[in-house]
Design a protein around this ligand. Sequence first.
Ligand code: GTP
Ligand code: MG
Length: 215
Amino acid sequence: MSEESAPTPTVEEMARKLFSGPISFLKSAPSLDHLPAPDVEEIAFAGRSNVGKSSLLNKLTNRKDLARTSNTPGRTQELNFFDIGDPLRFRLVDMPGYGFAKAPKDVARKWRYLVNDFLRGRQVLKRALVLIDSRHGIKDIDREILKMLDDAAVSYHLVLTKADKIKASELRAVEQATAEEARKHPAAHPDIITTSSETGLGIDQLRKAVIEAIG
Ligand code: GTP
Ligand code: MG
């Protein structure tokens, strides 16, 4: 078969190829002065402390310890950039969590400004993935971030995490409530993605959403 007549790869095939190819840590940015040059599109992981951002980034990229995870909230303290593809296709950004009640006030404030200022000011940010713990659903602190993203017209996808930790019936209920709330947010994607970094649930769908966001 000549190259011209080869079938166009499906999104699933593109995703599989991309996430099994070269992926590398680029840098950590403790403040906005340290961001990498905005030379490629980015997708950022946002969400409350301990919701599972770093674990999901690892699962998405099929790497065990690319991003550091921990039982203790407050593990990720800087913006961490990961290069996907060689040649470079896009970057994933792992961010500190918000809403960590036990963090010293000045530290919590620093992370909050860092995350907010990055999300609303980053030209190359293509989409945010806003992670919600499926055991808890959307909290007021999440709503503040969703509103900020709506106001800044940054499109985002709501992603439920840790689905392995609750019963199927409870999961259906939180999916419904989250989808209903998503419909009220102008910048939210209407589909909710339910995931587990433990079982791999929803990872194909998440990869597909990332590829579609990058275009
Ligand atoms: P911060 O960087 O502190 O904001 O946390 P984070 O959102 O990056 O969370 P992280 O990925 O470090 O995960 C927090 C804890 O939840 C770790 O103990 C993970 O093993 C656990 N965890 C994450 N995702 C899942 C999941 O899908 N299922 C289960 N059972 N545990 C998970
Ligand atoms: Mg983390």
